[in-house]
Design a protein around this ligand. Structure first.
Ligand SMILES: C[S@@+](CC[C@H](N)C(=O)[O-])C[C@H]1O[C@@H](n2cnc3c(N)ncnc32)[C@H](O)[C@@H]1O
Length: 175
């Protein structure tokens, strides 16, 4: 990836991430799918130290360069990169279902096959916080027709009914 492209888009992306990471009362765990050279993840980790960042890469050689960059910058909140191919089943991503609060992916969708994007979204849908999994189980016990809905559902229903959803607003967790 051209480093100037990273310099160009890292601040606007950081601005979007700050809305989710900065106000969190606890450490937020973030997975980056397709970390490239690691320049984004290290920039975000320096600026948002209350998040724990998990970089990932498809290419084993580049994984070493991400590790080198992370240690050169002394960033304790960046985990060693994991090998992750988003086109493969999320079960092969090597991550616990309860481990993540956020997943970010920058500049991969338009340079890879559509099955990589489909896999990315399938994986993202399967790696919710454990509290959500437990809450869903409780709801289903009470009412088998109940349960947490995919956030795409209200989005689709709004659009079908002539509304244009602007944004989803995160509510405090019931901890
Ligand atoms: C244009 S680079 C972007 C890298 C970085 N995110 C950035 O913005 O600098 C596209 C990246 O997508 C990765 N990639 C392509 N297909 C992938 C897949 N199926 N799973 C994970 N990463 C993939 C490539 O290894 C490459 O690093």
């Amino acid at each position: 990836m051209d480093p100037t492209a990273v310099n160009w888009n890292k601040e606007p992306i950081l601005g979007a991430l700050q809305q989710y990471v900065s106000p969190a009362p606890r450490q937020v765990e973030v997975l980056e799918v397709a970390s490239g050279s690691g320049q984004h993840v290290t920039h975000f980790a320096r600026t948002l130290p209350n998040a724990l960042w998990q970089p990932s890469k498809l290419d084993l050689v580049c994984m070493q360069s991400i590790s080198a960059l992370t240690s050169a910058l002394c960033l304790p909140n960046v985990k060693p990169p994991v090998y992750l191919d988003s086109s493969k089943s999320w079960g092969m991503w090597g991550l616990k279902p309860s481990a993540l609060d956020l997943i970010i992916n920058i500049n991969m969708i338009h340079v890879s096959n559509v099955n990589c994007t489909e896999g990315l979204f399938r994986g993202a849908g399967k790696l919710p916080p454990q509290s959500n999994v437990d809450f869903n189980d409780t709801l289903r016990l009470r009412n088998p027709a109940g349960g947490l809905r995919d956030t795409a559902l209200p989005q689709q229903l709004a659009e079908v009914n002539g509304m244009c959803p602007e944004r989803m607003v995160e509510m405090p967790a019931n901890e």
